[in-house]
Design a protein around this ligand. Structure first.
Ligand SMILES: [Zn+2]
Length: 102
């Protein structure tokens, strides 16, 4: 019979991965308006502050535990820009992901 070793209480703390750095780009107003609309009904955990960061280096949208929503500049690329309702759907989707992490 093999005993389960578990995690020794004296184990060193897990080191967080180095924070990735991204070049932020301005996020268009329809996304900030969408965030304001969503936050009127969102129920985020205490201490979570949502902010929007645009990036040319990501392909869609994602949310961090801190509440930062990273948005690809593809979402407002000329000729393919999301409208206000689509932007609100993206923001609401990411806020829901953040809420599910709690
Ligand atoms: Zn998703």
């Amino acid at each position: 019979m093999q005993a389960w070793a578990g995690c020794a209480i004296t184990a060193p703390p897990v080191q967080a991965a180095p924070r990735a750095t991204y070049e932020g780009v301005p996020v268009p107003p329809q996304f900030h308006d969408a965030l304001a609309r969503v936050m009127r009904v969102a129920r985020l955990p205490a201490g979570v502050r949502v902010e929007l960061v645009g990036s040319h280096r990501v392909h869609s949208a994602s949310v961090h535990a801190s509440g930062t929503i990273r948005l690809s500049s593809r979402l407002w690329r000329e000729g393919h820009a999301l409208d206000a309702e689509e932007a609100a759907a993206v923001i609401a989707h990411e806020v829901a992901h953040r809420n599910c992490r709690t």
